[in-house]
Unconditional design. Structure first.
Length: 163
């Protein structure tokens, strides 16, 4: 089954040039789906402004602030088998600010967040430490396949220096 991504852009014209294109999205998502042997191959990736991210984060997660990526898994009714994974909603302003703050390229940070969001769509989570370690290890593996550095290395270094 081929991969189908509905790429939606709801950001200012100035930000559009910084967004990943469909080819990047397809490569990142395909790597996740192929790695976990997932047959569902359809999703929406929507790039939004802070206000939309904040509203969705508040309404669905109870957090009244914009966030980098929100994942909304598709839950089919019983007996219905569709190829839909769900939706990723990504706030460009938050992603750009985080990338600058962390000294990463926007491209690499987008790759991480798309992969991270896709894993959430597939049921991965990072609520407890064991789940977080499993999810982060998979993210590092998938990102390394694109030549992208470990996005968690700085956090681990900071944790080690606090010990």
């Amino acid at each position: 089954m081929t991969l189908e991504i509905d790429r939606q852009v709801a950001v200012t014209d100035a930000a559009v040039a910084e967004l990943p294109g469909l080819a990047d999205l397809e490569a990142w998502v395909a790597r996740v789906l192929d790695h976990v042997e997932e047959p569902r191959r359809e999703l929406t990736v929507r790039f939004v402004e802070r206000d939309e991210s904040r509203q969705l984060n508040r309404d669905y997660r109870g957090k009244d602030k914009p966030t980098n990526v929100l994942s909304f898994p598709f839950e089919a009714p019983p007996g219905i088998d569709l190829g839909l994974l769900g939706d990723l909603v990504i706030c460009h302003a938050v992603v750009a600010a985080e990338a600058a703050e962390q000294g990463k390229s926007c491209h690499d940070h987008y790759a991480h967040l798309v992969i991270h969001g896709c894993l959430h769509l597939l049921g991965y989570d990072h609520i407890d430490e064991a789940e977080a370690e499993e999810m982060e290890a998979l993210e590092r593996t998938l990102l390394a396949g694109f030549g992208i550095a470990d996005p968690y290395r700085e956090e681990r270094s900071e944790d080690a220096s606090d010990a």
